[in-house]
Write a protein that binds this ligand. Sequence first.
Ligand SMILES: [Zn+2]
Ligand SMILES: [Zn+2]
Length: 278
Amino acid sequence: MKTQLPMKTFGIILVLVLQCSCNNSEIEDDMSSTSKDSFLKLYKMIYNVVSIDSTSSDEYVMVRTTGVPDHKTPFFGKGHEKYEEYNGDNPNFSTAINLMGTISDPTLLTQSITFRFPKYPAEATTHVSTTGGAFGIGRNGVVYFNQYNGAGAALDDLEINNADQYLGHPTPSMGGNGGTYHYHYEPKWLTTSFGNESFVGFLLDGFPIYGPYENGIKITNDMLDEFHGHSSTTTDYPTKAIYHYHITSATSSKPEILKLAAPYINGGKYYGTKGIAN
Ligand SMILES: [Zn+2]
Ligand SMILES: [Zn+2]
């Protein structure tokens, strides 16, 4: 990337040098710069990952994860220490999913995924569409997928009936490379553990995602822009408005209720310039 973007890289280095000469330290207070914001404080809240590297690159913060959740799920399979029988409210839940006549009943598998999030995220000039696969990371290292299924269509009963009590499920084992556990909807484990106004992860463009409430008020899709975000203060940045996404509340895992919450995390395009996940 450096060879492709020499001027941009030079500009970022220059800013860092200026900051360092002012503060005589590393970028400790990551929101002190008037021109560029980074969210290093939030990266420090991410856990259950292999590594977080915010210093090797001037452009990206690198996060490596196995994608294996820190919570239990039926998808670990019976006999596994983190197996937990389904205990949600969807009577049609099934670990098996019938995709165009082929039944897949995957257990979740350890992955090796590297995210490169823009260190200084900014609104993109052209807003590109999200694509399938990992398009963000949860605070607990689990990956987020967008609001579409593998065929690019809206998530339907089939997919929703496969979402466990924490609203996650693995990719199907078609072709032998499935098993990537992911959330499309509110990550119940995170909003229960940390509170429904808390930081719950990053989208691939480096902007943070927050829970379904703010200042005690339930966020609805009408309160957000087309990307499913807005600029305002948050619990972590109480004095400076930051752009962030919100996950829309999922009060039930029944398809008829969950579908009403769509879009769940993002409106279909990134607000900022997307990073890399591979
Ligand atoms: Zn899915
Ligand atoms: Zn907000």
